[in-house]
Ligand binder design. Structure first.
Ligand code: GTP
Ligand code: MG
Length: 153
């Protein structure tokens, strides 16, 4: 099973869309294994978005992501990284397909509700930024065999 780090960005919190988005993740069958609300600092933003720090849009991104509380979540499931990326839609809400989170709730390329890790290695790095090892839980659920049933021979 794979883990993915999700952030519900400041606009999701301000717009009271956290429940809606978490419901989608849960309904999909992804298991919540860590969750907290926090204020992203400039230092944390630079660590998280290290690949973007030198980009021209970084000052805007930093301003946005530090503008209010976020919710950090770790989900677990088969191919969780790509499953979550699919549910998020494209970066730009105007180009995201209806049915995706960004496609259903936004019109901005920057203020786009949700972050999801873009690869399994990135996920492990990002989980380490937001959570202590003991904050990421491991537990069985009777739904596991239904929602994550193996389809391998
Ligand atoms: P994340 O899951 O947040 O990493 O989004 P992403 O992987 O879909 O996009 P990417 O990693 O390329 O960019 C990170 C974030 O920076 C985006 O989600 C936006 O919030 C913001 N961003 C990306 N491109 C632009 C841009 O061209 N202009 C501005 N202002 N913000 C951008
Ligand atoms: Mg990204």
């Amino acid at each position: 099973l794979e883990k993915s780090l999700i952030l519900l960005k400041p606009d999701a919190v301000q717009r009271r869309l956290c429940g809606e988005i978490i419901t989608r993740l849960e309904n999909k069958g992804l298991k919540l294994i860590a969750m907290k609300m926090l204020q992203v600092t400039k230092e944390l933003a630079a660590q998280h978005y290290e690949e973007h720090v030198e980009k021209p849009f970084y000052p805007m991104l930093e301003e946005f992501i530090t503008s209010g509380p976020v919710v950090a979540i770790v989900v677990e499931g088969p191919e969780a990284v790509s499953v979550v990326r699919g549910m998020m839609g494209k970066t730009n809400g105007r180009e995201s397909a209806p049915g995706t989170i960004r496609g259903d709730f936004g019109l901005s390329r920057q203020v786009n509700l949700i972050h999801g890790s873009d690869g399994p290695e990135a996920a492990l790095r990002e989980i380490g930024i937001y959570f202590q090892a003991e904050e990421v839980l491991s537990y069985k659920s009777s739904l596991d065999e239904w929602v994550c049933a193996s389809d391998e021979l």
